[in-house]
Design a binder for this molecule. Structure first.
Ligand code: GZL
Length: 321
């Protein structure tokens, strides 16, 4: 703040005190952010929520937070409520890609900017959202595919893969599948023999893996899970079937949450591809930049790695989620 502006504010404050106005009337009004979170379906989501709440506090931003329990209609309701409350900025992690045009048009009509975090939306008019920050799910799928093709490069016969997909219609499920298939299609020995959604949860991941094992049994060579929670559920099913996870069935998953590192250190998971949930600081900085009149980049990509079980013990102490 420059000296002239400081002088004016001091003058106004003195006049206010003389006139009995509360000094607080001149304190900077807090920026209000309305955030619609998907739910609490996985370790990743819990870490993402924690990152957003703690960053809002650190940045002095008033956060109106809503948990949609993985239902799109609840996210739409929450966004409408933020519009009615005239928040400064709306941000959300869209549970699925489609069905957002109407409510995003309402936000635009109310002149409230919308930031997408974590997952993208599929709308014709990209002016309905100002910025999308999150991972490159296609590249995450490719990383999983590259690790497997390298691991199995000397295998002569067919490699039978079962796939636990994320939430149907969600950006991560669509793109992690697409990226993985883009890589493995180069060698016809790789065959996805079963593929079904486990909705990103441990319980559903276990249930679907039990069905895969019943149907295909020892024919299964590889499990590709779109997130660690489903992989951890599947590991339980594999053990209950009397098989050794990461040995009888090679297991690849995505997120790199603490539970995945613990599974790798126990020798039950072969590799996890990183997908960082720590979007809070970036989001709050973007909200403040918006309020300061700055233009945000349309796409902000989070940089991420891949962690095979051989490095798990060394990396684990450094993990932040
Ligand atoms: C990815 C995120 C996904 C995680 C899952 O950015 O949307 O949703 O991979 C989470 O663990 O449930």
């Amino acid at each position: 703040m420059n000296a002239q502006r400081r002088h004016v504010i001091a003058g106004m404050a003195a006049a206010a005190m003389a006139g009995g106005l509360p000094l607080g009337a001149f304190a900077q009004k807090k920026v209000v952010l309305g955030f619609s979170q998907i739910g609490a379906e996985s370790e990743w989501r819990t870490a993402n929520t924690e990152s957003i709440k703690s960053a809002a506090k650190e940045h002095g931003i008033e956060l109106k937070f809503s948990d949609a329990q993985q239902k799109q209609e609840n996210q739409i309701k929450a966004i409408r409520s933020f519009i009615a409350q005239r928040v400064d900025v709306i941000a959300f992690s869209p549970v699925v890609e489609s069905g957002w045009e109407t409510v995003l048009r309402e936000a635009k009509a109310a002149k409230i900017p919308v930031i997408l975090t974590d997952r993208a939306v599929n709308v014709k008019d990209d002016s309905l959202w100002v910025s999308f920050m999150g991972s490159d799910f296609l590249e995450e799928g490719r990383k999983a595919g590259r690790w497997l093709t390298e691991k199995m490069k000397d295998v002569k016969g067919e490699v039978h893969i079962v796939e636990l997909q994320g939430t149907v219609g969600s950006a991560p499920a669509i793109d992690r599948k697409r990226g993985f298939e883009e890589i493995i299609k180069a060698d016809p020995k790789f065959k996805i023999i079963r593929s079904q959604t486990g909705d990103f949860t441990r319980a559903k991941g276990k249930e679907v893996m039990e069905a895969f094992l019943k149907a295909e049994g020892k024919k299964i060579n590889v499990l590709y899970a779109h997130n660690d929670d489903m992989a951890i559920g599947a590991i339980q099913a594999i053990e209950e079937a009397g098989l050794k996870p990461a040995k009888d069935i090679v297991i690849i998953s995505i997120d790199a949450v603490k539970g995945a590192f613990e599974a790798m250190m126990a020798g039950k998971l072969n590799v996890t591809v990183e997908c960082s949930p720590l979007l809070g600081p970036q989001l709050m900085q973007a909200v403040k930049d918006l309020k300061a009149g700055k233009t945000l980049p349309k796409r902000i990509v989070t940089e991420e790695g891949i962690f095979p079980m051989e490095v798990a013990a060394k990396e684990f102490p450094k993990r932040k989620y």
